[in-house]
Design a protein around this ligand. Structure first.
Ligand code: AMP
Ligand code: GLY
Length: 444
């Protein structure tokens, strides 16, 4: 068996690792944006090139004749790589371009939910031209000044600006909306919600939907959730596959929304969604709202989730492709995980440490180290890229123990790097629980 893996980060190191554990022992042919040593060690061949050079990816696919492709990152999925691979007879664990609009267009996602009666969105309006008066009226009167402006296309997770955080006045919001329309033709204005974010990812084959453990990501660069947004500085999951600040009803609602969205996508696009559907949710005062959808595994979310997978990942991929996905095929260890990302010291502000040496401790049994933007010199030494370096994952019966394992290992990494010590700590989790309790008690 052969699998073509399209990769850009540590997420795909975790995917390659899960594929390698399969009883099918697939040969992995990887196409990577950088010479990721973690993925290389698990591949029979690694091609380092642009993953948006679809002609070249298709050439590699034609030569290697994989049984299927796994496309990890958003850009090639949003750009329609799954369609091109399908045209030469190679199925992908990733949605086709029309279905991937659930991530690539925030306006499409909001309108889909509205059209299919999925009442989980904040108040929103999509604009394709500058309607300054209407926009100001919507922000001032309907949203009472608490608003979010969303670039309506993929922008590496950096297209969203929130009032009071990135936008200090309505006028700044209007100017950003103008920039969005000029650059991508459309913008979404929506209500700023208050609550706690979490992710619930599901394997999807048409209307067959199987959930993974819920995860909480930490997007801000610095401790205490301060500083600029990043690709994600760390994540945790709990042994019961929920999160300490969520009720059973919260998870039930998020799970039902993912199911409903998979059905809506099939109805809207006339073909089944095959891949991973990633619901970005916020638990708010009276239930669950959708913040965004992604058409792929998350990074770091995949680093927490895939090491817990106790069933066969290749079997799951094949079931997704064949429309034979069942709950029985998917099982996860009842363990907690904490992932902390090691990043260059100046990430995400500058790339000053690029090229500098970094060394890692040995990987103990209850931990995983997944390489991201890192290169290996011929002498075996590892060197920093400009982006996130490696995700270190502690795995244990409780979040506290998993946090301790990850934290200890992070301290043993040497080089000009940093990480967020607070992720997964009892103090931070207690804060989330109390925030949620206060929010919901105020509603009683
Ligand atoms: P997105 O790229 O849609 O995930 O947005 C990036 C971040 O912006 C999210 O993780 C949230 O923290 C924030 N955000 C997006 N939409 C909203 C909203 N309607 N209310 C509050 N925060 C939001
Ligand atoms: N962890 C956020 C993302 O993968 O989009």
């Amino acid at each position: 068996m052969r699998v073509l893996l399209i990769a850009s980060s540590a997420r795909e190191h975790a995917i390659a690792d899960a594929l390698s554990r399969s009883r099918h022992h697939p040969d992995i042919i990887s196409v990577c944006t950088t010479a990721n040593p973690g993925i290389r060690n698990l591949s029979v061949s690694q091609h380092v090139q642009s993953i948006m050079d679809f002609d070249s990816v298709l050439e590699i696919a034609k030569k290697s004749k994989p049984d299927f492709a796994f496309i990890g990152p958003d850009d090639p999925i949003g750009g329609g790589l799954a369609d091109l691979l399908a045209s030469i007879g190679i199925p992908s664990v990733a949605p086709k371009k029309t279905l991937a609009r659930i991530e690539a267009s925030k306006g499409f996602a909001r309108n889909l939910l509205r059209k299919h009666g999925i009442n989980a969105s904040p108040l929103f309006r999509v604009y394709t031209s500058m309607e300054r008066k209407d926009m100001i009226n919507f922000i001032d009167h309907d949203l009472k000044g608490a608003f979010v402006v969303k670039y309506d296309a993929l922008r590496g997770g950096k297209g969203v600006k929130v009032s009071g955080e990135h936008l200090s006045s309505v006028e700044e919001g209007i100017q950003y909306a103008k920039e969005c329309i000029r650059e991508c033709g459309s913008v979404v204005l929506e209500e700023k919600l208050t609550g706690i974010e979490f992710s619930l990812l599901s394997f999807v084959s048409g209307t067959q939907v199987v959930d993974m453990p819920a995860v909480q990501d930490h997007k801000r660069a610095y401790e205490g959730d301060t500083g600029p947004n990043t690709g994600g500085m760390g994540t945790y999951t709990d042994a019961n596959h929920s999160l300490p600040f969520l009720s059973k009803e919260d998870i039930r609602q998020a799970s039902a929304i993912n199911r409903h969205v998979a059905e809506a996508l099939q109805e809207e696009c006339g073909e089944p969604y095959r891949g991973v559907l990633y619901g970005g949710f916020m638990a708010v005062v009276d239930g669950i709202r959708v913040i965004e959808y992604n058409a792929r595994l998350g990074d770091p979310e995949a680093l927490n989730i895939l090491p817990l997978l106790s069933s066969d990942f290749v079997d799951i991929c094949q079931a997704i492709l064949q429309g034979a996905l069942t709950e029985e095929l998917v099982s996860f260890e009842p363990l907690a995980t904490v992932c902390k990302y090691i990043t260059p010291k100046s990430y995400p502000v500058s790339k000053e440490q690029q090229g500098q040496l970094v060394t890692f401790p040995e990987e103990p049994e209850q931990a995983r180290i997944f390489y991201g933007d890192i290169t290996q010199h011929p002498d075996g030494s590892l060197h920093l890229g400009g982006s996130r370096t490696a995700g270190i994952v502690g795995i244990a019966p409780t979040i506290a123990e998993a946090e301790h394992i990850a934290e200890e290992l992070c301290h043993q990494v040497s080089g000009p790097v940093r990480f967020r010590s607070d992720i997964g700590t009892a103090a931070l989790i207690q804060k989330r629980i109390e925030t949620m309790r206060a929010l919901r008690n105020a509603n009683k």
